[in-house]
Design a protein. Structure first.
Length: 425
């Protein structure tokens, strides 16, 4: 019996686990879900005959190794800093590893060992990164096959709130790891625009004047996402005049978040005693006498009714802000989130200028079966299934930018209502 080991049973794991349990029933596999919280892991497998929930602290080597040794494929949904622990064990015991996280330098350092063992380490196999890579490369390769010359590539993606569940002035609710929300943009961004490499630091990243119309979904704000330049090389588009990867948010969110950053609310070196300062008192420190009408509305919506002390000891400003948004931006049971993605590609074909807009919209069902969980989890689940079925015959360290990965995965995603609409001008 083939065994799939999943580390982490958080917000993004729901659809992944359900899909793999369905496949396990067909193929007689076992899905082992390991999490520090056994109740969370147990809930995710729903007493499925092919599922097993285990309580596990991934930093305990003996426990971790025991389950890795028993498995054929390992999926890590843990924070990126913990992937390296798992990766070393997967190499030691010859196990394939899949993650939705960016490839970091530690994982890159294992590249020779991965190849030597004939293993597949498939990273960036979620939504962003993941579906963005696959859909972009498919569109790019199709254009190039027609003889097109690409001049500009901009890829937008955002995890947002669906209009029918949008009830706060930030036009945002948390559908993924809240720590990632408050940490977003900390490293600044690098991208290429009109032939010039631009580097933007954290304090200048959020600019509400940057807007884009996303096909049938209206106008949204955006900010550049991390370092786009290495992907220009990976996509074999180094010569483009413009290459940008972005994050989408409502313009109100971008405006408000800029104010939070400038005020110091996302600082990690400002420490407060949460036994004597409440969340509302924390906001008062920065915004009590605010006169800007929009900002006043945004900040007012962060104040908590029946506010109490967090009583979590000494906390950084960013930790208190995280506690606030976890409370105020929580998805309610019937809320629906929304994923928007658009690739904007400018190219020349037959001596004429053209623009391709390839657009994706996915809405969640509720606060558990979210669009975020679906779009992050399904690519990982599909790739795992293809690997165990012997239909993904590659090894080494990869991200999904080649046809042997993206074609079969995108085809199955399309059958699960994750499909792009294309508009050419």
């Amino acid at each position: 019996m083939k065994k799939i080991l999943i580390f982490g049973a958080g917000k993004s794991a729901t659809v992944l686990i359900e899909y793999l349990l369905e496949q396990a029933s067909i193929h007689q596999w076992q899905v082992i879900v390991a999490d520090q919280d056994i109740d969370t892991a147990t809930q995710k497998i729903h007493n499925h005959a092919c599922g097993k929930a285990v309580a596990l602290n991934v930093q305990q080597a003996a426990e971790r190794i025991t389950y890795i040794q028993q498995s054929d494929v390992v999926i890590s949904l843990l924070p990126p800093t913990l992937h390296y622990l798992i990766a070393k064990d997967c190499i030691e015991y010859s196990k394939h590893l899949l993650t939705a996280s960016y490839v970091d330098e530690n994982i890159k350092g294992l590249q020779k060992d991965i190849a030597h063992k004939g293993l597949l380490f498939l990273c960036e196999m979620g939504l962003d990164p993941g579906i963005d890579h696959m859909s972009a490369m498919q569109a790019i390769h199709q254009l190039q096959a027609k003889g097109a010359t690409i001049h500009s590539f901009i890829s937008h993606c955002g995890g947002l709130i669906a209009p029918e569940s949008d009830d706060n002035p930030w036009h945002y609710k948390v559908s993924w790891n809240p720590r990632n929300v408050v940490m977003a943009g900390k490293a600044g961004a690098v991208y290429k625009e009109n032939g010039e490499i631009k580097s933007v630091d954290y304090t200048q990243l959020f600019n509400a004047k940057r807007t884009v119309e996303i096909c049938d979904a209206g106008v949204w704000g955006w900010y550049p996402n991390r370092d786009s330049i290495p992907y220009a090389k990976l996509y074999a588009l180094e010569n483009l005049s413009t290459f940008i990867r972005t994050t989408l948010r409502h313009t109100n969110f971008v405006y408000g978040w800029k104010a939070l950053v400038e005020a110091g609310c996302t600082a990690e070196n400002k420490i407060y005693d949460t036994s004597i300062i409440s969340c509302n008192a924390f906001l008062d420190l920065y915004f009590k006498n605010q006169n800007d009408i929009l900002l006043k509305e945004l900040i007012s919506s962060l104040y908590i009714k029946n506010d109490k002390f967090l009583n979590k000891g000494m906390c950084a400003a960013i930790d208190i802000l995280q506690a606030i948004i976890e409370k105020q931006w929580a998805l309610q049971p019937n809320d629906k989130d929304m994923i928007l993605m658009m690739h904007d590609i400018q190219y020349t074909l037959n001596d004429k200028q053209h623009q391709l807009k390839s657009c994706l919209m996915v809405k969640g069902e509720d606060h558990i079966h979210t669009a975020m969980a679906k779009t992050v989890g399904l690519p990982l689940a599909i790739a795992t299934t293809l690997l165990l079925e012997g239909k993904l015959n590659i090894n080494g360290l990869h991200i999904p930018i080649t046809p042997d990965i993206y074609n079969p995965v995108l085809a199955i995603l399309k059958g699960n209502d994750i499909l792009f609409k294309e508009y050419t001008h």
